[in-house]
Design a protein around this ligand. Structure first.
Ligand code: NAD
Length: 517
């Protein structure tokens, strides 16, 4: 019988004591060592992170392996009850989880409460529904029909054989820091819905909400060993997890350089692997677009979540005859509406970047643009009383938060297409805007990248819109929109942005083995 108890989370950050969650118990790392952790808005130390090593990973994988037969044979409807309970508990604790996420990551409390945390609950509900009700044809081009314990797809008409999607075994789920809890839940929900057990290795930079999730999992009645969460660095904990002989599949979201390592390691050991990696996403703004709508959306696309979004609209190409008008409108809107500062203040548009090291990385690109002779503008709201100082490389000093890692909304123009600033993922509140003349040139510039995650095209000419969208090499291309999200659609990238597709039925495919019987 499932028990879905209420959960009591710590009242404040000082009460958070992060421990590994292995076989349903909270345990210290075997090394006894912890990594330092900081609130990015203040630079003050907060809850230390277990510096887990191979021994901890081994314990977690063993627990997951022994829970697998019970969990994978449990009727889907019972697993779904537990998933729905997790969703309810996340919703009930939305305000607290959003506050902790903000203090750990730097994003605004308002955005975490409106986007990150509700989405976590949605993932659990969505996959609970899939395993109990199946996927309606209207929801996807693939028709998967679910039974209670597995997902069956009938071979047409003759019915001489069936394909079955069965749970794979122990999964490794490795996640980044920009949407900390959201990235964990996006993988965890489909992974356990179909009957896998797992070891999660959240990023060492933002581990707090993943630790709080362990209390929710426990209260929701997730049986011991089904979900194990081990904290620590990529080298000490992530790599041993990927290499572990009893791990059957690896779902990784993070940077492209790390993804290449993880892909090579996992692929070499014949593990099923999904890589969701970085981006340097272009938008093409044609002169016949709805300019006002385009500007508003591009401001959001550039600076939402401090620009720490893999799909951030970080390369904006604007047709030459509206280029100056676009820039004027963009500057005006940012200076009026984008307040940078205390992430707990509901008026704040974005907060600090995640760490001091990341702030240094982002500002190094700003300095590079300056050295290369580009025009670099810091679009600081002149009426924002909290901003005390803007440094030459865009660091902001915010009153009362002088130790925080704040960067001004940065606009770079006059930069060469071949510059590292244009080609590499900066992952901060920095946008490059450049003009183009013809449709062909626009498409060529948009595709001149090693990445291929997201893109957007802006024109009121429907034929041109469809023609250009088809030519852009990206996993997602939006027409007159940015980040229009549908969890039933496949998500993933091309080139250095990744090799796989997840979400909805594509997650169910990835997290299962397909057998013909
Ligand atoms: P990262 O690659 O540094 O780390 C990601 C995770 O991998 C962390 O948990 C880290 O500890 C772990 N890791 C590091 N080295 C490892 C190794 N050798 N073996 C196994 N695990 C290892 O990425 P990050 O800085 O945390 O995140 C930012 C990146 O993530 C950006 O590039 C961003 O675009 C990308 N991202 C992509 C998506 C997507 O869906 N495509 C979503 C969010 C973020």
């Amino acid at each position: 019988m499932n028990k879905c108890c209420a959960v009591t989370l710590p009242a404040k950050m000082q009460d958070v004591n992060i421990q590994n969650y292995i076989n349903g118990e909270w345990v210290a790392p075997t090394s006894g060592a912890y990594l330092k952790n900081y609130n990015p808005a203040t630079g003050m130390e907060i809850a230390p992170i277990p510096d887990s090593k191979s021994a901890d990973i081994d314990n977690a994988v063993r627990a997951a392996k022994s829970a697998f037969p019970m969990w994978s044979n449990m009727p889907g409807v019972e697993r779904a009850t537990i998933l729905n309970c997790i969703a309810d508990l996340i919703d009930q604790n939305c305000a607290a989880l959003a506050t902790f996420e903000s203090q750990d990551q730097g994003k605004t409390v308002a955005s975490a409460a409106a986007i990150d945390i509700p989405k976590c609950a949605e993932y659990f509900r969505q996959f609970a529904k899939y395993v109990t009700e199946g996927i309606r044809e209207t929801e996807s081009s693939m028709k998967l029909v679910c039974t209670t314990s597995s997902i069956n797809k009938m071979v047409p008409s003759s019915q001489r054989a069936t394909t079955q999607h069965v749970a794979s075994g122990v999964a490794a789920l490795i996640t980044p820091w920009n949407f900390p809890l959201l990235m964990v839940c996006e993988k965890l929900a489909p992974c356990i819905a179909v009957g896998n057990t797992c070891v999660v290795k959240p990023t060492e930079l933002t581990s707090v909400t993943s630790y709080l999730l362990t209390h929710i999992l426990n209260a929701a009645g997730v049986p011991k060993g089904v979900v194990n969460i081990v904290f620590g660095s990529g080298v000490n904990a992530g790599e041993p997890l990927v290499k572990h002989r009893d791990v059957r599949l690896v779902s990784f979201t993070g940077g492209s350089v790390t993804g290449a390592k993880v892909g090579a390691l996992a692929g070499g050991l014949f593990k099923r692997v999904s890589l969701e990696l970085g981006g340097k996403c272009p938008s093409l703004v044609f002169s016949d677009c709805d300019l006002e709508h385009a500007i508003t959306t591009h401001v959001r696309g550039a600076y939402q979540n401090q620009g720490e979004v893999c799909l951030s609209a970080s390369r904006q190409y604007v047709q030459r005859d509206i280029y100056e008008k676009f820039l004027d409108g963009f500057r005006k809107q940012v200076c009026q509406e984008v307040c940078v500062g205390d992430p707990a203040n509901p008026k704040t548009f974005y907060g600090p970047v995640v760490t001091k090291q990341h702030m240094e990385k982002v500002t190094s690109y700003i300095r590079l643009a300056q050295e290369e002779g580009a025009k670099v503008e810091f679009l600081v709201n002149p009426n924002d009383p909290a901003v005390m100082n803007v440094s030459a490389d865009g660091r902001l000093t915010i009153e009362g938060l002088e130790g925080g890692y704040f960067i001004a909304p940065t606009l770079i123009t006059g930069i060469k297409q071949s510059s590292r600033v244009m080609q590499e993922e900066i992952f901060g509140p920095v946008v490059c805007v450049a003009p183009f003349d013809t449709e062909e040139e626009g498409v060529q510039l948009a595709n001149d990248t090693q990445y291929g995650l997201g893109a957007s095209v802006w024109t009121e000419d429907q034929k041109k819109l469809e023609r250009v969208m088809r030519q852009i090499n990206s996993g997602s291309v939006w027409g007159n929109n940015w980040l229009a999200w549908d969890d039933c659609m496949p998500f993933g990238g091309m080139g250095c942005s990744g090799t796989s597709r997840e979400h909805g039925p594509w997650s169910l495919e990835f997290y299962t083995e397909t057998k013909v019987l």
